[in-house]
Ligand binder design. Sequence first.
Ligand SMILES: [Zn+2]
Ligand SMILES: [Zn+2]
Length: 162
Amino acid sequence: MALEVTVKTAGDVPIPDHSFEAERNQYHSTKILKELVRGAPPDSLKVLGVIEKDLCIPILTFVYGEAQLNGIGALVSLARLRQEFYGAQPDDDIFRERLHKEALHELGHTFGLIHCSLVECLMYLSNTILDVDRKGRAFCRHCQRALNSKIEPGRVSKWTGR
Ligand SMILES: [Zn+2]
Ligand SMILES: [Zn+2]
């Protein structure tokens, strides 16, 4: 097991205009994340946004995603997960594998997990698509244990609205 929780698909969330960085032709992930969290259903344990747009933050040329450490919000961009982005033929299996890894990585942060030095672990930091591809598709024992302690019944953090 990696992360066993009930998942509900919510509707589309509009991308806030002020998140567009015209000079970079990218979107500021932190601003989108904020909107995502604000619009989350009140009973949400966590909310995961999936976006087509390429994301960035001021100090990085791009990010695959962003999450609130110990918060509820996580955001993943599909833009750089597709083979086409790198000039290769489309490959749905590779695309899904990358999305699986990056979505669980960002959700891991919302459960308080920080980056892990083990390349076999989902919480390994990916700076390039090669990092995404070579890291494992599960949490290492240490990270899984930390995660389990956060999702034990009764220890689930309550929605606070912020
Ligand atoms: Zn991370
Ligand atoms: Zn780990």
